[in-house]
Design a protein around this ligand. Structure first.
Ligand code: PLP
Length: 455
């Protein structure tokens, strides 16, 4: 058999892929029938597929390629690190220079007294760490019954048994025996879908108070932590009403509940600040990080924790860790990515220039007959597709319009994702105003075609 390279015909690559490769979040039988889209190269904000199409990636991969594709500096740093020290672990009293430098850098960037990093290979692993760490923390403080972690329906915190349990995706809970014990879910602050007749701000407070209600029902002495994404990503880029987070912060402070901000998407500039917690004005005790930490160039994640937590759990051995915790190549790549974000002022550009420009353009989509609302924070946005612009009522067959719209996006060389009938974007942070114009014009075209198909 000939070698498997970019030069093989697409159909042949697709057949091999379907025969041997099981894809995440995919109906693999359907994949075998239709064939995967095969991406062969990427540069800046554009992907190239095996048919030679140049596709604008308005999702930055899976919300992660913050600095854009094709940065040689990262490739060079990775190659250098592989030659010098390709691997060593951080178990049993050992360390190495890239992980020391990265932990120090993250501590400098992180808000408040979040000065300590426990590394993982992904966001899921980092959230698994968080489950064990907060329970261990309270046990060390003499409160072993404080083990319940409160999360939200329609949250996404990863796909492992622990992080999938923290998440509130019913489709995931339906498979594999999730959630694990002592994870409790409250309702989400999704005004568009669930706000009824309430004013958004009033609704925000009401949904935050669900946390208080849950704490009182479960017992303050049972609740260890509350975890949430500053802005829900995979749930559909749901921007909470401004009233939501201040009330959540008040409740966490009042009842001595640790606040875990899952910054896997929001972190490293996506909301126009280094962390979504800053944009939302919250003071987490722990932040989960991954994705933008390395811009997806290497798999790495972590838990950034406060001085207090580090000091409490530092007194005895924390029986936890991953072979790739603080992997030297991933750490070196992440450090170079942070250098690029900082030295090229990528985040200030998002905050002051490209973010406001994208907001204006994105919000202009509400004039389209299919679009009910447009929401955006920094470089993460969503639009709600609706059958009738004068109402927030959904389509009778949820997800069909979103699916058609996503397919029309692909046909117009644009990657947008759909969550039900919400279309979402999360482009590379380096997208320029000219490229934003291309994104918006392709999105409009896809919306027009979707609208025509639905008539
Ligand atoms: N947390 C959030 C908020 C995420 O969006 C994701 C992934 O999309 C994760 C955690 C899981 O990260 P990973 O896929 O790296 O395990």
């Amino acid at each position: 058999m000939s070698a498997i390279t970019n030069h093989l015909p697409t159909a042949e690559l697709q057949a091999l892929d379907a025969a041997h490769h099981m894809h995440p979040f995919t109906t693999n039988d359907e994949l075998a029938e239709k064939g995967a889209r095969i991406i062969t190269r990427a540069d800046g904000i554009y992907l190239t597929d095996s048919e030679g199409n140049e596709i604008l990636d308005a999702m930055a991969g899976l919300w992660c390629v913050n600095i854009g594709y094709g940065r040689d500096e990262i490739a060079e740093v990775a190659a250098r690190q592989m030659r010098e020290l390709p691997y060593y672990n951080t178990f049993f009293m050992t360390s190495h220079v890239p992980v020391i430098a990265l932990a120090k850098k993250i501590s400098e960037l992180a808000p408040g007294d979040l000065n300590h990093v426990f590394f993982a290979g992904s966001g899921s692993e980092a959230n698994d760490t968080n489950i064990r760490m907060v329970r261990h923390y309270w046990a060390e403080k003499g409160k072993p019954n404080k083990s319940v972690i409160i999360s939200r329906h329609n949250a996404y915190h990863g796909s492992s048994v622990g992080s999938g349990s923290l998440g509130g995706m019913s489709g995931m809970h339906a498979q594999g025996g999730l959630p694990i014990p002592d994870i409790h879910h409250i309702e989400q602050p999704h005004w568009w879908a669930e706000g009824g007749d309430m004013d958004p701000e009033e609704f925000g407070v009401q949904r935050a108070k669900e946390l208080e209600k849950a704490i009182l029902e479960l017992g303050e002495d049972r609740v260890a932590a509350f975890i949430a994404e500053p802005v829900q990503g995979a749930g559909g880029v749901i921007v909470p009403p401004a009233s939501y987070w201040p009330e959540i912060q008040r409740i966490c402070d009042n009842y001595e509940i640790l606040l875990i901000a899952d910054e896997v998407i929001c972190g490293f500039g996506r909301t126009g600040n280094w962390f979504g917690s800053e944009t939302m004005g919250i003071r987490p005790d722990i932040m989960t990080i991954a994705k933008g930490l390395s811009s997806g160039y290497a798999p790495i994640g972590g838990s950034v924790v406060s001085d207090e937590i580090a000091s409490v759990i530092g007194g005895s051995e924390f029986n936890h860790g991953y072979t790739y915790s603080g992997h030297p190549v991933a750490a070196a790549v992440a450090l170079e990515n942070l250098r690029i974000l900082e030295e090229e002022n990528v985040i200030t550009q998002v905050r002051d220039v490209t973010g406001p420009y994208l907001k204006e353009q994105w919000e202009s989509l509400v004039d389209h007959p299919l679009v009910g609302e447009a929401k955006i924070v920094g470089m993460m946005g969503s639009i709600a597709l609706v059958p009738n612009k004068n109402s927030r009522a959904p389509f009778s067959e949820a997800g069909t319009a979103g699916f058609i719209c996503r397919e029309r996006c692909f046909a117009n060389n644009l990657v947008m994702r759909h969550v039900g009938d919400r279309m979402i974007i999360s482009p590379p942070l380096v997208i320029t105003t000219e490229e934003i114009d291309v994104l918006i014009s392709r999105a409009r075209l896809a919306l027009d075609e979707c609208y025509a198909e639905l008539q």
